[in-house]
Design a protein around this ligand. Structure first.
Ligand code: CO
Length: 171
């Protein structure tokens, strides 16, 4: 009897250790998944800060805040993850200079259809902008991050500035 008791106790202890070990493995796994998911936000490779922002068919950007460091070379990629044509649900990404009124710019841009809603005389208002894209398309631009501060960005397709806007924070 005593031997059997000891054996079953040993087995039980073994099982407990095993299940504890499993739990730790799972913890480690989910931790590394989380880390991977965060990385695309702020990837710096070869001195270039990679930013990615998506627009959809519901007239929304997936981010309202982007961060870079002053003087960084920035590669910004805009993805349109929707399906609608650019004439219906076009998206671009426009970063405005400090002091430029976003609403006033949005209204002015709406009438610049021939130049994809980037007014011909807007060079003084804009730090950088992508081209206009439709569903399924992707485009990238590179620019140098300006001096530290907060800069507003928007999609200048008519009416989109009301929903598709955010801040580029330069640290
Ligand atoms: Co848009």
């Amino acid at each position: 009897m005593n031997v059997i008791k000891q054996m079953s106790l040993a087995m039980l202890t073994g099982l407990l250790l095993l299940s504890c070990g499993n739990k730790e493995d799972k913890k480690k796994e989910s931790f590394s998944y989380e880390k991977q998911a965060e990385e695309p936000q702020k990837q710096v490779e070869d001195g270039v800060a990679n930013l990615v922002i998506s627009g959809d068919d519901l007239m929304k950007f997936d981010k309202t805040e982007l961060r870079v460091k002053a003087g960084d070379k920035v590669k910004l990629t805009l993805r349109h993850i929707g399906k609608l044509d650019k004439n219906v649900m076009g998206h671009n990404f426009v970063v405005l200079k400090k002091g430029v009124d976003l609403v006033a710019f949005g209204i002015k841009a709406a009438s610049a259809r021939d130049t994809d809603y980037i007014p011909a005389d807007a060079a003084g208002d804009i730090i950088a902008h992508t081209k206009l894209i439709g569903g399924g398309e992707t485009t990238s631009i590179e620019f140098e991050a300006p001096e530290s501060g907060e800069y507003e960005f928007l999609c200048s397709f008519p009416g989109h500035y009301a929903m598709m806007r955010g801040k580029l924070i330069v640290e």
